[in-house]
Ligand binder design. Structure first.
Ligand SMILES: NC(=O)c1ccc[n+]([C@@H]2O[C@H](COP(=O)([O-])OP(=O)(O)OC[C@H]3O[C@@H](n4cnc5c(N)ncnc54)[C@H](OP(=O)(O)O)[C@@H]3O)[C@@H](O)[C@H]2O)c1
Length: 326
């Protein structure tokens, strides 16, 4: 079997599709025949040695996949050989046969009508957005949410989940095409934050009250104007810094509006509290089957195109999710 191996921390150019020994399925582990993988921004970072955990080459990157269970190790009871599954691996997914080792990595059965493409594109972004809005943001029916980077992976999931939770969604994105996509995902209002002043636009849409929750996967120069969009008792969800710079904030700002700046660490939270994650996915799969969630797969690449797919994401060109078929 073959795998994409990162041979140096120089990004996608260092990836080589190499023959590897077939993995042995040990106790508690699940071996999955990969059908599709989906890309995430951490895949771009990890191949450059810039992610929060660092791996020494050679290693196989890849944070999520969908496929069929080929074998299960002793003690595995929640999935069986032949099941269609999705898996969140952190690394190790860009391979024809992936070994998934719970509890640090997760594997779960997918609904019958969910395609492998949708399943591969589902775990990281919908899992993150659900945990952020539900457990960390305590979003309530009837509240308002501002989603930044609303046409990206996490952003597009957040728009759809917030709508499913009964919130009013204001989506922000940087181009007309991305704004149109965000509207298509169900956003009630859209703001092109590279063409208009974000704070003025949000205040105009909320009777000067601001929003209850901000969902921010971008950071950088958007942080300051977005923080000023939060209303009384609001929650600012720190998801990531795809824009580059990690913003700084004066802590005094939190007492001006009784607001909370809330960190979201989906991967570790799912490991620490598997029951919470399982409950979230039960709801997410139910919404998917009701047609309320629709992963937007901007581009699909063949297996050989995986480095091109990562290059495209690094350039900020990805719309929704990028899927690679194995
Ligand atoms: N905290 C957690 O648990 C968690 C979980 C998953 C991901 N994350 C983090 O969340 C962030 C977003 O992940 P994602 O998968 O949603 O990424 P994505 O699909 O690439 O979307 C990121 C969005 O950020 C904006 N952006 C601004 N400058 C950019 C640049 N230089 N390069 C790329 N995008 C840029 C783009 O929106 P506009 O062009 O519209 O501004 C883009 O659509 C990443 O930093 C990731 O590490 C965190």
């Amino acid at each position: 079997m073959r795998a994409w191996v990162c041979t140096a921390l120089t990004g996608e150019d260092s990836l080589a599709f190499q023959e590897q020994p077939a993995p042995d399925c040990g106790p508690g582990q699940v071996l999955v025949r990969t059908r599709c993988v989906a890309l995430n921004f951490p895949d771009v970072l990890i191949t450059r040695g810039k992610y929060q955990f660092k791996l020494e080459p050679p290693f196989v990157p890849g944070s999520e996949l969908a496929g069929d269970v080929l074998a299960v190790g002793e003690g595995v009871t929640d999935v069986a050989v032949g099941d269609r599954v999705l898996a969140m691996t952190g690394f190790g997914a860009f391979t024809e046969e992936a070994l998934v080792a719970p509890p640090l990595q997760q594997v779960m059965r997918i609904p019958e009508r969910m395609s492998y493409e949708d399943a591969a594109a589902f775990n990281m972004t919908y899992g993150t957005a659900m945990h952020a809005l539900h457990q960390r943001g305590r979003l309530q029916h009837g509240e308002s949410v501002l989603v930044l980077g609303a046409a990206g992976g996490c952003g597009s999931a957040a728009v759809q989940i917030a709508k499913a939770m009964g919130a009013t969604v204001i989506a922000g994105a940087s181009t007309a095409e991305k704004c149109a996509l965000a509207r298509d995902f169900g956003a009630d209002e859209v703001i092109n934050y590279r063409e208009s002043d974000l704070r003025d636009a949000v205040m105009a849409l909320t009777d000067n009250k601001g929003v209850d929750v901000v969902f921010d996967p971008v950071g950088d120069d958007l942080f300051k104007p977005a923080l000023r969009c939060v209303g009384w008792n609001g929650r600012y969800l720190v998801i990531g810094f795809a824009g580059g710079e990690i913003p700084q904030v004066g802590i005094n700002y939190t007492i001006l509006k009784s607001l909370s700046i809330v960190g979201v660490a989906y991967g570790v939270s799912a490991i620490n509290d598997p029951a919470m994650n399982a409950g979230n996915f039960e709801q997410l799969f139910a919404w998917y089957e009701q047609g309320l969630l629709r992963p937007h797969i901007g581009r699909t690449f063949p297996c050989e195109g995986l480095p091109d797919a990562l290059r495209d994401m690094h350039a900020g060109n990805a719309l929704g999710k990028t899927v690679v078929q194995f």
